[in-house]
Design a protein around this ligand. Structure first.
Ligand SMILES: [Zn+2]
Length: 348
């Protein structure tokens, strides 16, 4: 954001910048919709998120060169780059000037700047807000390697479908029995059935990999390592909806509830942030196309009029940790209250 009364070269560019803002406003009004379980649309949603790359960021680029030396932030470019990466859709790169400006704009949005102030420029006001955050630990990159010694080395091969499903289901049931994980909506009985090779609604564990299982297992293992016992495995396999068997019906989704109660509480935010942090170290084969449903409550999306079940920018999440975590994992959409919905797509 630029200081309004600053006598610097950007004053001359005001009209150009305004027209750029208008362009961005126009493009921001047409998000693709994706309903829970509608995976065909998934790639289109991702394309929507990167659509902004084609825009003209040259004004922001010029002013970032100017302010980088004037304000001195170019000496901290690497730290700023790390802070911005989750907002860029990229990983492990040094952002080029245009991608940098665009990521700055997304970051500004995540900080609650007005649309006009999300200009991609680290001017005096933006720098005033960003500089203290560079020292904050919450922006230190989360672990990207599995934290569990031995990992999944004893997992039966995917070709052995029943054994693969039963192995994971058994481990999760054990964690429920020990009290580490809670159970809700019959999830434990469904997992016991899978472990025994019995059909659960439309899911036959003998003939198809149950895709949510390794993801639940990974969450459980990391929760165990941290002795974090607030997680409840809630609604798992459900009947078909609207005649089609996707999402929960196909065993690709899990709903997670919170032992401390509803999702208005700080504890529920902490639980969701923990789970997303665990998922950063999910083996890459399972990490494809993760989708998260979060409620219109508390520090998730808050009480807003956002449309449910359509993916939205993670910058709309109120909690800063969630805003950083979600873009590293997948997409997010407003969902029903009091649960975290996770959908996976690696096995289909
Ligand atoms: Zn769900």
């Amino acid at each position: 954001m630029r200081a309004l009364n600053d006598t610097t070269p950007e004053i001359m560019l005001e009209d150009e910048i305004l027209s750029d803002i208008e362009l961005r406003k126009m493009s921001a009004t047409n998000p693709e919709t994706m309903f829970e379980g509608e995976w065909d649309n998934f790639l289109e949603v991702e394309e929507w998120e990167f659509e902004d790359l084609v825009k003209d960021w040259s004004n922001a680029v010029r002013l970032n060169y100017y302010y980088g030396s004037q304000l001195g932030w170019n000496s901290q470019y690497d730290k700023i780059n790390d802070l911005l990466l989750p907002f860029s859709g990229m990983k492990n790169v040094s952002l080029g000037p245009e991608a940098f400006a665009q990521a700055v704009s997304e970051w500004q949005r995540s900080q609650g700047f007005s649309e006009a102030d999300c200009d991609g420029i680290i001017g005096p006001q933006t720098w005033g807000k960003m500089q203290p955050l560079l020292e904050k630990k919450s922006y230190v990159p989360y672990p990207t390697v599995p934290v569990i010694p031995g990992g999944t080395s004893t997992v039966p091969p995917l070709t052995n479908i029943f054994e693969y499903n039963a192995w994971h289901a058994t481990k999760i049931v054990d964690a429920m029995t020990s009290g580490l994980l809670g159970t809700n909506f019959d999830s434990k009985n469904q997992l016991i059935s899978i472990a025994n090779g019995q059909q659960v609604k439309s899911v036959n564990p003998n003939s198809k990999i149950v895709a949510a299982l390794p993801v639940i297992y990974h969450i459980m293992q990391n929760a165990k390592a941290e002795n974090f016992s607030d997680i409840i495995i809630g609604s798992f396999i459900r009947d078909p909806s609207n005649g089609s068997c996707t999402g929960h019906c196909a065993g690709r989704c899990i709903d997670i509830n919170y032992k401390g109660g509803n999702f208005e509480t700080p504890g529920s935010v902490k639980m969701v942030a923990n789970i997303l942090r665990y998922l950063l170290s999910l083996p890459s084969q399972y990490k494809k196309s993760l989708g998260f449903g979060l409620p219109l409550q508390g520090e998730f999306f808050g009480k807003t009029n956002l449309k449910k079940f359509s993916s939205v920018s993670p910058s709309l999440l109120k909690d800063p940790d969630l805003r950083v975590l979600v873009p590293q994992l997948g997409i997010v959409f407003p969902d029903n209250d009091n649960h975290l919905h996770i959908q996976v797509n690696w096995a289909s």
